[in-house]
Write a protein that binds this ligand. Structure first.
Ligand SMILES: Nc1nc2c(ncn2[C@@H]2O[C@H](COP(=O)(O)OP(=O)(O)OP(=O)(O)O)[C@@H](O)[C@H]2O)c(=O)[nH]1
Length: 389
């Protein structure tokens, strides 16, 4: 009997023990949802509030796509090489154009007698190099007249006269300085526009280096919110030379990023605010309107001092139609011709200026960070025609 009593007591003790352990756990599971409606992760609205425009101050970690990252010192700020004389240093990059305009033309000019056929060949070479029909006719007519009147004999003399005519066609008197500010205590605003893939983001980065090399301070505005990698790419360029990049959310309003960038530039007292925009085709009315809006919104702070059109030199004469539309929308003040290293059509510089009446201010001669040179007609023509002769 005693055993029975002891067993019953043990059983009751076990049951009570089990109850003490299990009930609190069950209670915990029944806890009320957290304040805020108890939405599950899945049900929670994706109402991530619009990401505010952020200012990316250097240094930040370089992304993989960063051009030539500095391995052991990722935060080292680079000192870009001076801009003076870059075109001369990069002259070899014009080798393709040189083979048409330089070697090709000089071969004809060195003939004993320049007959009609020879002059036609000269015309063809210039047209092949994308100088444009109109400009070619003017150049050849003037050269022919000079040769006739002056009775030019030697190849060196004809070459010299041709060089002079080409320089003249490049309108050496045009103002090619970049309006990089500051102006009366405010930064200069430089807007960079163009079609897809022309090299806008890369060129913005290179221009930042040109400006820093020449002693300017710069804020970059990543208003290309369309291409996912563009703002990352621009920030990387900025970091390398110690320039801040103002960025917005992917797919966000480019005008608002541009506005914030200029504001940041004013607040921090830099010399230049350089704004990259998304590539767009000139026949997409909506996108061109968007570009107009970017400019108008930026102008709430003050004028846009420079609107640079980035043109891919390899697109040749096709680029001219694009250019005309961009000119109408943002009042382009200067052209940057990229990828001149990849074409035999260096004459496009002449055609662009002649057709648009806008100076070519910079030329891209490669993918390296300092492969952007201020455009100088004399150095350019000399590079095209080759140093000898
Ligand atoms: N060879 C050569 N390549 C260049 C030059 N300038 C730019 N590029 C290359 O052109 C390609 C396109 O450049 P991006 O800067 O991405 O072009 P983007 O206009 O910003 O492109 P979207 O934003 O898509 O419109 C890149 O591979 C650049 O390295 C140049 O002067 N020479």
């Amino acid at each position: 009997m005693e055993y029975v009593v002891v067993s019953v007591i043990l059983l009751i003790a076990l049951l009570v023990g089990a109850a003490v352990l299990v009930v609190p756990r069950m209670r915990r599971r029944e806890l009320p949802p957290p304040p805020g409606g108890g939405t599950t992760t899945l049900e929670r609205p994706p109402a991530a509030p619009p990401v505010p425009t952020e200012v990316v101050a250097p240094p930040v970690v370089e992304p993989e796509a960063a051009p030539a990252p500095v391995e052991e010192a990722p935060y080292l700020i680079e000192q870009p090489e001076p801009t003076a004389g870059r075109l001369v240093r990069l002259r070899a990059r014009l080798a393709r154009s040189q083979s048409v305009l330089g070697r090709g033309l000089l071969a004809v000019l060195s003939r004993d007698h320049l007959d009609d056929e020879a002059w036609e060949e000269i015309e063809d070479s210039l047209i092949t190099a994308d100088v444009g029909v109109e400009a070619t006719q003017v150049i050849v007519e003037r050269l022919r007249e000079r040769v006739r009147v002056l009775g030019t004999r030697t190849v060196a003399e004809v070459r010299q006269q041709l060089a002079e005519e080409l320089i003249e066609a490049l309108e050496p008197g045009l103002d090619r300085t970049l309006k990089a500010g500051p102006f009366e205590g405010r930064p200069a605003v430089v807007l960079v526009v163009g079609v897809n893939g022309a090299g806008k983001t890369t060129t913005c980065g290179k221009i930042a280096r040109v400006l820093v090399a020449d002693g300017h301070t710069v804020v970059l505005g990543a208003a290309d919110t369309f291409r996912a990698a563009a703002s990352e790419q621009l920030a990387t360029w900025g970091e390398r030379v110690g320039a801040e990049t103002v960025r917005g959310p992917e797919g966000g309003d480019p005008a608002s990023v541009a506005f914030d960038a200029v504001k940041r530039g004013i607040d921090t007292g830099v010399h230049t605010v350089l704004i990259d925009t998304a590539g767009r085709l000139q026949n997409k009315v909506g996108l061109m309107d968007e570009l107009g809006k970017v400019k108008r919104v930026v102008e709430k702070h003050g004028p846009v001092d420079e609107a640079l059109l980035i043109l891919d030199a390899t697109t040749g004469q096709n680029g001219l139609e694009q250019a005309r539309v961009f000119t109408e929308v943002v009042d382009v003040t200067g052209v940057v011709l990229t990828k001149l290293d990849g074409t035999a059509k260096g004459g496009i510089v002449i055609a662009v200026q002649r057709k648009l009446g806008i100076p070519v201010k910079l030329v891209g001669l490669g993918e390296g960070p300092d492969d952007l040179a201020p455009f100088e007609p004399k150095a350019f023509v000399e590079a095209l025609l080759g140093s000898d002769g």
